[in-house]
Design a binder for this molecule. Sequence first.
Ligand SMILES: Cc1ncc(COP(=O)(O)O)c(C=O)c1O
Length: 397
Amino acid sequence: MTNFFYPLVENPYSDADIKEAIKVLKSKQLTISSRTKNFEKYFTKKFNSKFSVMVNSGSSANLLALQCLINPYRKNRLKPGDEVIIPTLCWSTSLWPIIQSGLTPIFIDINQNTLNIDENEIIKKISKKTKAILLVHVLGNSCDMDKILKIKKKYNLILIEDTCESIGSRFNKKYLGTFGEFSSFSFYSSHQISSGEGGMICCKNKEDYDIILSLRSHGWSRGTSFESKIYKKNKNLDKKFIFFNSGYNLRPTEISAAIGHNQLKKLNQFIKIRKINRLKIIQRIKNNFNLKNKIDFFYENKNVNPSWFGIPIKILKKIKEKKKILYNLEKNGVETRPIISGNFAKQPASIKYKLSLKRKFPMTDKVYNSSFFIGLPTKKITDKYLNKLVKAFEKSI
Ligand SMILES: Cc1ncc(COP(=O)(O)O)c(C=O)c1O
């Protein structure tokens, strides 16, 4: 492994996080129990959401949202072939749950300044089959949620918010992930907070909540309001072991719940320090004679109070120089990443599955060709460290 002095992620776990994990190990209760429940309660309260269910990843949260939407126990369920709008700048498991649920994804290009879906392009692609919008809030930023809510209302669409990259960001003071019927969060180690692996799905009504609980755990009725309803009709069943739904096992461990809970308590502090660090880095680079005309930055959208975890950067030089610049940065100790996975319609998996082969997404291409991101530490950076970072940029670009 290359030794980066400026890695994408510093080790995110504090001694206090590890202590919480050790407490779980010592209790010998590792499978889902009170730690997970407590974290779910804390999460619900913190974000003022309605129902929160912890799962083993953000990908699983997306899968459960889409699977809930087609579930036969849902009153207004989606049917095979119904269309779901999704931005081309997305993660693989923002997209695949749509297809795995028998629905059809309709890609929409992004706004090159916000990195999020271009709200004005959505209406052009709405058809009788359009039933939902799946937003991806990219790297702590968001599109104009007022415009999205207007479209949602006008066309009676369900809204799913993939908030895996934006926990703690707000639009008009309201947390991202609380606008839609469903939202997903990820606690993977490179995100704002981490539980090793882990995720959360939030939903707005009890019917969906009960379906999600059963899907998370083998299609089991335990802990859901279906338990007594179904037992009443099937008294010959063992009440404790009723499987009334299809299902997976997407449960988290108590260890990740304990770490995630402890990390969430520190989210506000992480957001604050990251904002300070980001501004320091941007100011220094913008004021640097050798760099100011070579790279630029992305800023939060209007009305967004962002929770960053990385610094997206655009290269102002010729597109073909990007590869060389990234190679140089990594050689000089700065780890880099593409902005999510670029234009997902161009990934080999999308081509294999023949998704949107003919359509063009010029803004997503432009961002992919000219941009990348670097990490953003949660500890205050020193002037010495900042100087080293700026030097690495000067040597690389
Ligand atoms: C936008 C987005 N959605 C979903 C995921 C999946 O989250 P996880 O890694 O927890 O499965 C990621 C992962 O990085 C992501 O960036």
